[in-house]
Design a protein around this ligand. Sequence first.
Ligand SMILES: [Zn+2]
Length: 89
Amino acid sequence: MSERLDCGYVAERVHRFLDGELTETEADELRLHIHACDHCLDETDLIDALKRLVSRACACPQAPPTLRAKIVTEIHRVTFTRVEIREIG
Ligand SMILES: [Zn+2]
C-alpha cells in the first residue's frame, strides 16, 4: 500500500505531518510510507529532531529570535538539500 505514495509526495507534506496539520487519512498514508521507506524515515527523523530543537529554543527565554529564525530556515532547507545536510551532519 505504501507504493501509492512516492518520496516526493511525502517530502512535500512531511512538515505539515509533523505539525499535525494533515487530515487523519493523509497522516495515515504518510505514516505507512515513512515506515516502509528508509529514505523517508531518515528524513522525517531529521526534521523531527530539528523541530524539537525549535521547540526548545522557543521555550527558552534566552534564545535570541535570530536563532529561532535560523533553525526554522534550516528545517525548510532540509527537504531540498538533504544531501548537503547529511554531509554536514
Ligand atoms: Zn520514501
